[in-house]
Design a protein around this ligand. Structure first.
Ligand code: GLN
Length: 471
């Protein structure tokens, strides 16, 4: 079903919101033993929300835009009264005292929140294997990872445990798991969606984005969650407007970055992306090669900026305000040390790298240089967008990989983010649309547009979706 089908069905009384919620909770029960997408299932709370929707229907009031739509949330997004761990032992017992702005907007729109989804600890990773609560399995092929860090969110949609989900994308964490799980996932322009009530990873890069089975479902969620919020100083005045029509193929001038097809890209991924571009070209789109020369430096710059912001953002987890301090009968210093020790290896690595990158004498060489690369990348993209109206390429150089393959090899895990980090460093929007698969290993195409051109992004993505389905 799509969000549209749900609106229709509720209006015609083909089913109730309660039945939809029960179906989702039932599906979670049967799928979770294999998939492990969820860290917390809301159960009764979800049914109470569904009841509110059914009450609206029985009062014959107008249905809100996401009425009865089952939705999961990455466990970095606060849902009042429910545990919010960010995949970390540090927050194992932390209960969210309020709703994130995106959550209150979803609730107001009638969405039914069915649970919180698994993630790499604090969002650090590309496979969901860095969760302190065990990995998530890819529903399309249980022996491979779902991607990360919002792997639980992507898997919950792919396993049909819920209709849509919210993830958070700092360097690819929505687009990558969407690609690996064969669903649609979108990262909005920085500033269009509020970060208030989101557990921060790297504040200058973080952005919440939707997952769905179709481009339109993601668009409908984006429509609801986007817009100015006074609780987030980086949020801007923005209104998406109505649902977009698919773009006509001949109106598309598609730029394909040369650097995204260089050495290191799996030839099977490359082939699927090229076949999709051929289909677009046959439908009348013009395809041109563009260049993003700073791509080679983007990943290094991303990991300097990410770790620097991590070292600052995670300073608050001092073991006093969060953690298990009250349970301990020890000195202040011991509590502090013991509690910082609950962090996983990837988190410790990043705190150390970031602290080093920001330290006196090294700041200029690392952090400042990384910020300069960020500026060069912006210039690269501005030039590419003067030649093309959208950019397309792979989401990841790799197919979904077996669990365990990269877990202990941080550099190869970082390489997964090769093509996704640039959208975060520059702030532009991006989306992953499923375009094929090899032996149950899905592949997504990445589409990027200039800042605030979400309309063009969704309408282009719909065209791609139609062309892929038409074969
Ligand atoms: N894989 C990237 C990282 O580990 C992306 C994380 C994210 O987008 N939250 O930093």
């Amino acid at each position: 079903m799509t969000i549209r089908d749900i609106q229709e069905g509720l209006k015609n009384s083909s089913f109730s919101a309660r039945e939809l919620a029960l179906a989702s909770l039932e599906r979670i029960k049967t799928e979770e033993p294999h998939v492990h997408a969820f860290l917390e299932v809301t159960g009764e709370k979800a049914l109470a929300q569904a009841q509110e929707v059914d009450d609206i229907i029985s009062r014959k009031e107008e249905l809100p835009p996401l009425a009865g739509v089952s939705c999961s949330l990455k466990d970095a997004i606060l849902l009042e009264g429910v545990r919010c761990t960010a995949g970390s032992r540090m927050l194992e017992h932390y209960v969210a005292p309020y709703d994130a702005t995106v959550v209150s907007r979803l609730k107001r729109a009638g969405a039914v929140i069915v649970g919180k989804t698994n993630m790499d600890e604090f969002g650090m990773g590309a496979s969901t294997e860095h969760s302190a609560f065990g990995p998530t399995h890819n529903p399309r092929n249980l022996s491979v990872v779902p991607g990360g860090s919002s792997g639980g969110s992507a898997a919950s949609v792919a396993a049909q445990e819920c209709l849509v989900s919210l993830g958070e994308d700092t360097g690819g964490s929505v687009r990558l798991p969407a690609s690996f799980c064969g669903v649609v996932g979108m990262k909005p322009t920085y500033g269009t969606v509020s970060r208030s009530g989101i557990i921060a990873l790297a504040s200058s890069l973080d952005q919440v984005g939707p997952f769905g089975n179709s481009v339109e479902d993601c668009e409908r969620v984006f429509q609801v969650i986007s817009g100015k919020d006074n609780m987030d100083a980086t949020s801007i005045l923005y209104e998406y407007g109505d649902i977009a029509e698919p773009a006509s193929a001949p109106s598309l001038k598609i730029g394909v970055p040369r650097e995204y097809f260089a050495k290191g890209l799996d030839p099977r991924v490359s082939q699927i992306i090229k076949e999709t571009l051929d289909k677009l070209s046959n439908a009348g789109a013009s395809i041109i090669e563009v260049s993003l020369p700073s791509t080679a430096q983007a990943l290094a710059a991303y990991y300097v900026i990410n770790t620097s912001e991590v070292s600052s953002n995670l300073a608050r987890y001092d073991g006093i305000r969060y953690g298990n301090a009250s349970e301990m009968d020890s000195s202040f210093a011991e509590v502090l040390m013991a509690n910082r020790e609950v962090f996983g290896n990837e988190v410790r690595r990043r705190i150390m790298l970031g602290t080093f990158a920001l330290s006196a004498g090294y700041y200029e060489a690392y952090y400042k240089t990384a910020q300069e690369v960020r500026k060069l990348l912006r210039d690269d993209f501005a030039k590419a967008f003067s030649q093309a109206n959208v950019l397309m390429g792979p989401v990841s150089p790799f197919l979904p990989f077996p669990l365990g393959e990269k877990k202990e090899d941080p550099l190869s895990m970082y390489l997964v983010d090769m093509y996704t980090v640039s959208a975060n460093l520059t702030g532009i929007p991006g989306i992953s649309v499923p375009v094929g698969s090899i032996e149950n290993l899905p592949v997504g195409i990445q589409i990027m547009t200039p800042h605030f051109q979400e309309r063009l992004l969704f309408s282009t993505a719909k065209t791609v979706e139609q062309i892929v389905k038409a074969r």
